[in-house]
Design a protein around this ligand. Structure first.
Ligand code: ADE
Ligand code: ZN
Length: 336
């Protein structure tokens, strides 16, 4: 068994985190009060009790409802800083996080309010923790491509500050090809491309993310394991899969952590990493994901160090920053 303290302090990058999914029940109740927003829960305990999911959609329904308490720049700042405080305590030295602009603009919150608040939280975290942060704007795939284009237009003044775009929300029935044009337009603007694929959707969606969207990173990707040719292709390409073990169990895509395929992915030569997805809803931040899956799968020290190394290799930082992170990771491993 690897020491929990080692797993927590192990330097790592967070590459798959929805900032709206870090809204803790305490903050949800406090912001509902601060903003006079009605929520269908009387207490923090009632919010927590509602967190029992049968699949992705049953989670998304509660996740979008919860985000309704976020209204002001200050709310987005507070949300982001609370997340970065937890991430820093879990050894995160670099984070590339998602936000869902349409979740907010569709209920009348201006894009600029969301972006200003998040960037204020990011600046505070960079100063406080010395970490680096990139922001990824995710398109909601249950909406149409025109809506994604409208979002890209709203994002125009901010585009040079975003590192990339993503694709999330209800996967089945909304294949990557639905967003081919807006992903091409996003790449033309210099943005990196990520897409959730193979979380609940079939391996064909992972193929589409590669062939039609030309993504730089696959989020989740678990169902790639059903397609041997796809696994070989992902391994050959060195494509990063941002895997989220607690999320997989909470959304019933994997029966339990005891049978989680993270080590099989590594054995197959996939560049898999470990992340937290929506930690407030799924029971743990990145450190807890490392500790829980390492214990459940009896991972070796070498395997967890590979997972941490992969998180830097899969990030969108430049070569000099990457070399620095890998050197510091090696030094940490030598010293512990
Ligand atoms: N939005 C937030 N979390 C998500 C997930 N796990 N899958 C798809 N969309 C999401
Ligand atoms: Zn996700």
């Amino acid at each position: 068994m690897i020491d929990d303290a080692f797993l927590t302090a192990l330097p790592k990058a967070e590459l798959h985190l929805h900032i709206e999914g870090s809204l803790e029940p305490e903050m949800m109740v406090a912001l509902a009060r601060r903003n006079s927003v009605a929520i269908p829960f009387k207490s923090v305990e009632e919010v927590r009790a509602a967190y029992s999911f049968t699949d992705l959609q049953s989670f998304l329904d509660i996740y979008y409802a919860g985000a309704g308490v976020l209204r002001t720049e200050e709310d987005f700042h507070d949300l982001a800083l609370a997340y970065f405080d937890r991430a820093a305590a879990d050894g995160v030295v670099h984070a590339e996080i998602f936000f869902d602009p349409q979740t907010h603009t569709h209920r009348g919150i201006p894009f600029d309010v969301v972006a200003s608040g998040l960037f204020a939280g990011i600046a505070a975290a960079e100063a406080k923790h010395g970490m680096t942060v990139g922001l990824i704007m995710s398109y909601l795939r249950h909406l149409d491509e025109d809506d994604a284009f409208a979002t890209l237009a709203q994002a125009e003044p901010w585009l040079d500050r975003f590192v990339g775009v993503g694709l999330d929300s209800s996967e089945v029935g909304h294949p990557p090809s639905k967003f081919a044009r807006v992903f091409a337009a996003s790449r033309e603007r210099g943005l990196k491309l990520c897409a959730h694929a193979g979380e609940e959707g079939p391996p064909a969606y992972v193929h589409e993310a590669l062939d039609v969207l030309h993504v730089d990173r696959i989020d989740h990707g678990n169902r790639s394991l059903e397609d041997h040719a796809l696994v070989a292709r992902l391994a050959r390409a060195g494509m990063t899969l941002t895997v989220c073990p607690s999320s997989n169990v909470a959304l019933r895509n994997v029966a339990s952590l005891d049978v989680h395929p993270i080590d099989r992915m590594l054995d197959l030569g996939l560049r898999a990493t470990i992340h937290s997805d929506d930690p407030s809803y799924f029971g743990g931040y990145i450190g807890e994901n490392f500790r829980a899956v390492a214990a459940a799968r009896n991972l070796s020290r070498e395997q967890v160090v590979t997972l941490a190394r992969n998180s830097f290799l899969g990030s969108f930082i430049d070569d000099a920053a990457l070399a620095g992170h890998l050197d510091r990771l090696d030094a940490f491993v030598k010293a512990h």
